[in-house]
Design a protein around this ligand. Structure first.
Ligand code: PFF
Length: 458
């Protein structure tokens, strides 16, 4: 590196704050809403196994690479890619990686906000006592009523986007620290409460078996599991890179990445352990789709002691977890506008927030008036709604592709000396990391891609 850079956006107070912020980004709807429903849709055991393997062999090494790139570049992912390509005397064309990340974050937030809106509306539904003594049919019709009403979805989506952009406008560092320190452990505690309730349903072991006994998986399922490893760890689009750019030099990237991955995985597994016993105890369908947690958790809150209070706090914390993830989804775009267009954070946030909100309308409608409008791309996917298309394109294609090229950049394009200096870790850890990002991670991503389109068979 020619000179020591500093970030114009400031830096985290210390390593713990960085870990908390990155964990706040990682733990979100992906763990509690998405993981259970895609596990249900993909048959359980084997899917979970592939997901765990992807976290360990692909997720952790790529997270280390992303933080390394971010901390070395000290700018938004777009400018970081330009700066690092220059440092390494490489083609400036690598900047497209930053742009793809910005696009992915923008598209993800557009639908993420709609789902966070569902969670918000459930704070009030639970609080009103609507779920007391509720049956499986009852929760089902309450959920259907909500998603079939575009006006209500739109109102909640709007509120969530405004909340998100307000924080982004102020700067991600303010406020995030305290909030994450107290609220994350609380969310964790409440998940444990629901798991304890799940143990009383008499179907706990059936849930455990579903999650951990290997069975069959489709090619598509393998791609979904890998895509989810990226999604849940916030990888492949620059969110963790931009957070890494606010991290000062003296902290260990390796430890941080391992901590974040463990915390994230534990939350997802707890969510699975909370939800599947309730699914089986009530004769529900594990493959019910995106409504799964909204059709199961209210049953628990409607029947446990003090369930209304637990439910209100649970959905509030879920919204909070979604919020800390949403902020990181849009930070790369806002940081870029501030750096390159000289906009204030407030202007940049308002503009990007408005565009994201607008694209989110497509997701709002795909659960009601556009429910039957689907799209297909030959060899890639068939008959998906607007929401499913965005989810597929981002989680299954853009994030893994972004991650693949981040690995290639860190391991093949940057000089060994640069990454060694930045990671500053034990030689054995460094060698293992480098081997993983050079060979294992890129090959794994490519094989899963080729397998999904049927070009090879595994
Ligand atoms: N990791 C978040 C979740 O699991 O909910 C979602 C997410 C945030 C994905 C930030 C990607 C990202 F860059």
């Amino acid at each position: 590196m020619s000179e020591k850079r500093t970030s114009i956006h400031g830096q985290w107070a210390n390593r713990t704050v960085f870990i908390l912020a990155a964990t706040g980004s990682a733990v979100g709807l992906g763990n509690i809403w998405k993981f259970p429903y895609i596990t249900g849709e993909n048959g359980g055991g084997t899917f979970v196994l592939v997901y765990l393997l992807c976290i360990a062999l692909i997720g952790i090494p790529i997270m280390m690479a992303e933080i390394t790139l971010g901390r070395r570049g000290k700018q938004s992912p777009i400018n970081t890619m330009i700066a690092l390509a220059k440092d390494e005397h490489r083609n400036p064309g690598w900047v497209w990686l930053g742009w793809m990340g910005v696009a992915a974050g923008f598209l993800i937030l557009s639908y993420y906000s709609v789902i966070a809106g569902w969670a918000m509306s459930y704070i009030f539904r639970t609080g009103s006592g609507m779920f007391l003594g509720v049956t499986a049919d009852g929760v089902n019709s309450i959920f259907t009523d909500l998603v079939s009403d575009p006006e209500r979805l739109l109102a909640w989506h709007t509120i969530f986007m405004v909340m998100t952009m307000m924080i982004v406008a102020r700067g991600v560092k303010q406020g995030l620290e305290k909030a994450v320190t107290y609220l994350m452990p609380l969310l964790f505690g409440l998940l444990v409460v629901v798991v304890i309730y799940a143990m009383t349903t008499g179907y706990f072991m059936q849930g455990v078996e579903f999650l951990f006994t290997p069975g069959t998986i489709t090619r598509e399922g393998v791609l979904t599991a890998m895509g989810h490893a990226f999604f849940t760890l916030s990888l492949g689009m620059g969110a963790i890179m931009v957070y890494g750019s606010y991290l000062s030099e003296e902290y260990s990237i390796t430890q941080a990445a391992i901590w974040i991955a463990i915390a994230d995985t534990v939350v997802a597994l707890l969510a699975g352990l909370a939800i599947f016993p309730i699914v089986f105890a009530n004769g529900l369908e594990p493959g019910a789709g995106p409504g799964l947690i909204f059709q199961t958790l209210p049953i628990a809150f409607g029947h446990m002691q003090g369930g209304t209070l637990v439910g209100v706090i649970f959905f509030t914390l879920l919204v909070f977890a979604a919020w800390t993830s949403a902020i990181s989804l849009i930070e790369p775009a806002v940081a870029y506008l501030v750096e390159n267009k000289g906009l204030s954070r407030i202007y940049a946030s308002v503009w990007i927030g408005f565009l994201t909100w607008f694209v989110g309308l497509g997701t709002v409608f795909s659960f009601n008036i556009w429910k039957d409008k689907t799209m297909s791309i030959p060899y890639i996917f068939d008959n998906l709604t607007f929401f499913d298309t965005l989810d597929y394109l981002t989680a299954n294609i853009m994030l893994p592709l972004g991650g693949l090229f981040i690995a290639i950049f860190a391991a093949w394009v940057m000089r060994e000396q640069s990454t060694k200096e930045e990671l500053a870790t034990h030689p054995v850890i460094y060698k293992t990391w480098r081997f993983l990002v050079r060979f294992v991670t890129p090959l794994a991503v490519i094989i899963v891609f080729l397998n999904a389109v049927g070009a090879i068979k595994i």
